[in-house]
Design a protein around this ligand. Structure first.
Ligand code: FMN
Length: 211
């Protein structure tokens, strides 16, 4: 199969070495931030924020907090996907106020669902809510990876970092956020041997089950 989308998905790979001299344009960055905001999330609640780090000194400080993976230093920008520190009734009500504003839906139509969500989240432990929020962050990561591929932007999805170290360095506690995923973005170095390696996948025949 050689559709344009599949070709682009084959082009992308988890970039190990970025060309530090090449920077993403403001236009490309804007596409990524817009794509992050457009990511679908459960109930539409968007319990996420994304840091966009361009500062070289800060990127360098991320290296020891990222299992010494140099991508965070050499990439044009480092995106850090964060979950909210709390998902309480104020947060949920703010979302429904937005629905009311943007769509002009009368509040009384929204109230039953709003109350259901407030009650549902109150019944969950903080750990359960954090896990749920982290799942939304992974959706955003997937979305960003695809958009990067379509836009010819290189990226390396990363779980290999110290979230607490990031939170401290980046002052995330004060912002009531927790880092969950890291995505250095930019352009591959010509010296990155991984770019030429064949993709290793289980194969459509094995992973798809047709009924
Ligand atoms: C959630 C997630 C976390 C990952 N963490 C790292 C990481 O910390 N460092 C790294 O070099 N690659 C990381 N990878 C890249 C994977 O190893 C890579 O996507 C996989 O081997 C498939 O290869 P490809 O993306 O080049 O096609 C991660 C990928 C995902 C989806």
């Amino acid at each position: 199969m050689n559709t344009e989308v599949i070709e682009k998905l084959k082009w992308r790979y988890a970039t190990k070495k970025f060309d530090a001299s090449r920077k993403l344009s403001e236009e490309k960055l804007a596409i990524l931030t817009e794509a992050f905001n457009l990511t679908a999330t459960s109930y539409g609640l968007q319990p996420l924020r994304m840091l966009v780090i361009a500062d070289d000194h800060l990127k360098e400080q991320l290296v020891p907090l990222s299992m010494n993976q140099l991508q965070v230093k050499e990439a044009s920008h480092v995106l850090v996907l964060c979950i909210e520190g709390a998902l309480d009734s104020t947060f949920i009500k703010r979302y429904f106020s937005k629905v009311e504003q943007h769509r002009g839906t009368p509040r009384h139509i929204l109230t039953p669902f709003e109350e259901f969500l407030v009650k549902d989240f109150k019944s969950k432990s903080m750990e359960e809510i954090e896990q749920w929020m982290a799942k939304q962050a992974y959706l955003a990561l997937g979305n960003l990876l695809t958009v990067c591929a379509l836009e010819g932007i290189d990226a390396c999805p990363m779980e290999g970092f110290d979230p607490e170290g990031y939170d401290t360095l980046l002052g995330l506690k004060e912002k009531n956020l927790k880092s969950v995923l890291v995505l250095p973005v930019g352009y591959r170095s010509e010296q990155d041997g991984f770019a030429q390696m064949k993709k290793v996948r289980r194969g459509v025949d094995e992973v798809i089950i047709t009924y």
